[in-house]
Design a protein around this ligand. Structure first.
Ligand code: ADP
Ligand code: MG
Length: 362
């Protein structure tokens, strides 16, 4: 059989194909794909949470350094992560694509398999989208979730004296991107279903953290149910950039303890080979998609000790201070630290200014 391309099928058959293969019937969705708008059920008295994120070819990814399955999973994961960061329950999503006419149907199927496998595991339903021909591959996701109003957690609310926690090791995704840049992706690295296949298992595991980040939905819910977090955000732009967002919204400051920032074993082994200052990957590299939250330490520990499911890792990495917008980094020896870069800003590009020149930083 020859290679079938998007243009051989056309928009309406393509929508039908997506509908047949990747949308599942659900009590939550009286009407999904196929009408002018989807109609949705969600628990009464819950707050509705809505978020959107876009991935653009050659800005956020290149087709030669990922595979369709992992790209599909990532498109959904980055949106689920935003709902997780509010403490919410994601339930529905819409996925709109701009696709080059010559893209193959089999690649598009693998893309949607990556999407739907993650969707199924998280109990979220595809309820619509849009398709357009485009010179680059463009993906826009919208996720709709909900949350009991007394459990939702915002970026604002952090109080001086709170501890700052993260849900997992940082830096792997940024290291994965460094490795991809230097080593490239080989056809034998991943199977069509996204499983690591090549012999460099550990390196591929790190690369995978960049290509297909986690969505800490379960963790976000757990934090919400513990009902003691004062503020929360997901780490998409980098620990420093996202912590800065949180302290600005909360009008507080923060001390970060560098030696407490969790890093994976694989990171400790490989990061020094790919970066002069590995800690900067954990501080400023983005896309780890772990959750960052603040909470009064004693109350959190007390609640965790009384909860039966304490299998969730929370790492304390610093504390909230009353000094509005002042972010200070401390080494184990209690010396101030200035990272070489701060994080990525889409419109400004990589910052040239380092924290060293920031007058606020002593
Ligand atoms: P309209 O012109 O009214 O926007 P469309 O033909 O674009 O209608 O879409 C028809 C139906 O197919 C809608 O329910 C829409 O949500 C759904 N749909 C379109 N593209 C996609 C897609 N990529 N994934 C899922 N559903 C889609
Ligand atoms: Mg449309």
């Amino acid at each position: 059989m020859g290679r079938t391309e998007i243009k051989d099928i056309g928009e309406f058959r393509l929508i039908q194909r997506i509908r047949d293969r990747y949308s599942k019937p659900s009590e939550f969705v009286p009407r999904g794909i196929g009408d002018d708008a989807a109609s949705l059920n969600f628990p009464p008295n819950h707050l509705l949470l809505v978020t959107t994120d876009t991935l653009i070819e050659d800005i956020h990814f290149t087709l030669k350094s990922t595979i369709p399955y992992l790209l599909g999973a990532k498109s959904l994961a980055v949106n689920l992560s935003d709902i997780a960061a509010m403490g919410g329950i994601p339930r529905f999503f819409l996925l709109s694509l701009g696709i080059p006419k010559g893209y193959s149907i089999s690649s598009l199927d693998r893309f949607y398999r990556g999407v739907s496998q993650l969707a199924e595991s998280q109990g979220v339903f595809l309820v619509g989208g849009d398709l357009a021909a485009s010179s680059k591959f463009i993906i826009n996701g919208v996720v709709i979730g909900h949350c009991p109003p007394d459990q939702v957690i915002y970026r604002k609310g952090a109080q001086p004296g709170d501890y700052i926690f993260v849900t997992g090791p940082l830096g792997d995704a940024a290291l994965g991107l460094e490795i991809l840049r230097k080593r490239g992706l080989r056809p034998s690295d991943f199977g069509a279903n996204g499983k690591t296949r090549g012999k460099d298992k550990e390196l591929l595991g790190i690369i995978r953290r960049h290509l297909s980040p986690p969505a800490r939905v379960r963790e976000g819910r757990k934090i919400a149910e513990l009902a003691c977090a004062t503020a929360m955000i997901d780490i998409s732009d980098g620990l420093l950039a996202d912590l800065r967002h949180l302290i600005e919204e909360s009008q507080v400051g923060a001390n970060l303890w560098l030696d407490q920032i969790p890093r994976s074993e694989a990171f400790e082994k490989w990061a020094p080979l790919y970066h002069l200052r590995p800690i900067d990957l954990a501080l400023s590299g983005g896309e780890d998609y772990e959750l960052l939250f603040t909470a009064p330490k004693e109350i959190l520990e007390d609640k965790l000790s009384r909860s039966r499911e304490i299998d969730l890792p929370f790492y304390p990495i610093g504390e909230v201070t009353p000094h509005s917008k002042k972010l200070s980094l401390w080494t184990k020896e209690k010396k101030g630290y200035s990272p070489s870069w701060l994080g990525y800003d889409h419109f400004r590009g990589p910052p040239k200014r380092s924290l060293k020149k920031d007058p606020q930083h002593s």
